[in-house]
Write a protein that binds this ligand. Structure first.
Ligand SMILES: Nc1ncnc2c1ncn2[C@@H]1O[C@H](COP(=O)(O)OP(=O)(O)OP(=O)(O)O)[C@@H](O)[C@H]1O
Ligand SMILES: [Mg+2]
Length: 275
């Protein structure tokens, strides 16, 4: 049984919406899915109450000490995938949901404040050395901004694909007790969520590739590859912000007996802010 946790302390980024959308898409793909809801707000329980179909199963948990036991029970009941929805807070229940995850997804709208707000989540992810990726959500259908942010995150190796546009189907599906791929199976929102589930399935099966060390013009890195981005303050802020998340995952920073060999194989690029 594999566990995907959706977490970020920023409210309204789409944790619950994506939990439901991914759970239903995975169910349609043949997985036996349960959603574990750890948010007292109860968005998913209310969604389930509006739903006719008994799957995915929904378990509401208010106590962090119960999560692990619940996952054991779900595993014994032959569920193959659990999606954990968490509250928009930096709390012990979120930390526990991250600790137990095989893959953490961090939904963020393409805005600096959403990216900045992910720091506590990234700290917990780093502490437990978890595979993770940002999911850009509610991106405007038109405009360059999501593309640019996506390009930066992708360059750092921390972006789940595809990113999701702002589409009414997501809101309508939540209201109808459906997954977005049930509401309008041939719609664009459904296609995006199915593709995102495909990305997650692949990542859960094959594991995460090594993340690239973030680079900027100041670092002397590969800045010339994206000249339009390098002069963008948002891009600079994101690169600095994401150092927190990506540096510990760089192979040459991992502790271990082969560390010196790895350093020789891939020397770090020094920057002004590195210690
Ligand atoms: N891609 C999208 N397109 C359109 N609406 C969306 C999309 N993603 C989320 N929403 C809407 O945005 C609102 C907030 O989403 P959601 O409740 O999933 O966020 P959340 O991160 O779970 O928030 P909280 O931290 O409060 O639990 C909801 O009304 C939801 O329907
Ligand atoms: Mg929620």
């Amino acid at each position: 049984m594999r566990i995907v946790t959706l977490a970020t302390q920023k409210g309204g980024t789409g944790k619950s919406t994506l939990a439901v959308g991914l759970a239903v898409a995975a169910m349609q793909d043949g997985e036996r899915v349960a959603i574990v809801e750890t948010d007292r707000q109860g968005t998913i329980s209310k969604w389930a109450a509006r739903r006719d179909h008994p799957e995915p199963a929904v378990e509401h948990i208010a106590d962090r000490f119960v999560i692990e036991r619940t996952l054991s029970v779900l595993s014994r009941r032959a569920f193959t995938l659990v999606v954990i929805d968490t509250p928009g807070s930096d709390s012990e229940i979120v930390t526990e949901a991250i600790r137990l995850a095989d893959l953490c997804l961090i939904p963020a709208r393409p805005s600096p404040t959403d990216i900045e707000a992910t720091h506590p989540t990234l700290k917990a992810i780093r502490r437990f050395d978890k595979a993770f990726a940002f999911v850009l959500n509610q991106a405007p259908v038109r405009g360059q901004r999501p593309t640019r942010i996506a390009e930066t995150l992708h360059e750092l190796g921390v972006l789940a694909l595809p990113y999701l546009a702002l589409r009414n189907d997501h809101m309508d599906a939540l209201a109808a007790g459906l997954g977005v791929s049930e509401l309008a199976a041939k719609g664009k929102a459904a296609a995006e969520i199915r593709a995102l589930w495909g990305w997650c399935r692949q990542r859960l099966t094959e594991g995460a590739p090594a993340a690239a060390a973030p680079q900027s013009r100041a670092s002397g890195g590969d800045a010339g590859a994206h000249p339009a981005l390098d002069d963008n303050p948002l891009h600079t802020m994101m690169v600095q912000s994401l150092r927190l998340a990506t540096l510990p995952f760089a192979p040459w920073l991992r502790p271990g007996p082969d560390r010196d060999d790895e350093r020789q194989a891939a020397p770090p690029r020094k920057t002004g802010t590195e210690r």
